[in-house]
Write a protein that binds this ligand. Sequence first.
Ligand code: ZN
Length: 346
Amino acid sequence: MIRFLPLGGADEVGASCFYLNIDGTGILLDSGIHPRKTGKESLPKFELIENEPLDFLFISHAHQDHIGALPFLIKKFPHVKIYTTKQTLEVAKLTLHNTVRITNEQMTGTSDQILYDHDDIDLILRSITEVEYQKSIEICGLRHSSNDVIAVTFYDAGHILGSASILIEYQNRRIFYTGDIKLSSQMLMDGAVLPDKPVDVLITESTYAATESEEIGTVKTEGEKLIKEANRIIHTCGSVLIPVFSLGKMQEILMFLHNKMRSGKLSETEIFTGGISRKIAHLYDTNRFLVNRKYDSIKLSEIEQFKFRYCKSRLLQKAFLYCACIKRYDAGEYYVEQTDEILAAS
Ligand SMILES: [Zn+2]
C-alpha cells in the first residue's frame, strides 16, 4: 500500500515536504522552510509523522523552501538517510551555513539560544549521499513489508544548478515528484529532462497554475522590458537595482546582462554583485561541464563585476544598502525595510 501525506508545501508556496509510506518504507521528499513565516510556524509539520516510519529523505534542490528545515528534521529523526545531487550538496554547504544565525534567531527570538550550530551542519552535510542524474538507486526501509524494492531516479529539473525531479518506481507503479521544475531553457540552465515512460501519480508545484499565462509574461518580453528600462536609466546616469535570489536568478540575470552588453543591446555599464551569490556563481562555473548548462565556455566569474564595497559613489552605496534590505517580493511589489545602516548612510 502507498500512502501520501503533505507536511508542508500543499496549498501554499514554501515549506515543501511530502511524506510517502510505501509498504512500510518511509520517504520524505524535501524538507523546506516557509519564507514568509517565522519560528516553528515556518517548519513543515513533522509531528504528523512522529508515529510513522521514516527511512529516507530525497532533496530536490537547494532553495531554502526545499532544504531549509533539514537541521530540524535531523534533530527529530537522526537516523534518516539523505540523498541529493552533487551540485545541490555543494550549494547546500554554502547556504545552510549561511543561514545558521538567522534561523536560530528566528526560532528562539534571541541570539543567545542556539538550536543548531555550524558543527551540526557539517555533520549533516557529511552524511548526505550524492546521486547522479538518471542512475537509479534501490532502497528498502527497516519495516518494509514486501520482497519488492523501491527504485528511485533523479532527473534534471532545469530549475537551478543541481535541481532534480524524483521518480519513484514500485511494483509497476511510477510516482513522479517534480520539485520546482522548468521545462523550457533559461539563459544558463537547459530545460528539464523527463522520464521516458508515463507516470501514474504526479506530485508537482503549481505556483502559477491559477494565473492566466498572459499575466505572467515570457522571458523574452520581460527581458526586453528590462533592457529598455535599463538603457533609459543608464543614459540619465542612474543606477539600476535588480533584487534577485542569490541562488539561480542572480546567475541567470548576470549571464543575460553580459550577453546583452556583448551584442550591443544594453549600454556598457559596470555590474556590481555581492554576498553569497558570487560564491554560488563559482559553483555554476566549476560544474558547467557536468550539468546541462548553456554557455559553458564562459565562466560567470570572468564577467567583469565589482563588489559592493568597492563602489565609491555615496549615492550608490546608499542604494545598495536599500537593495540589501529588501525583505521579500510579493504580488509584484518589493517590500523594503529601512535599517539604522541606511539612515546612517543618508
Ligand atoms: Zn526553487
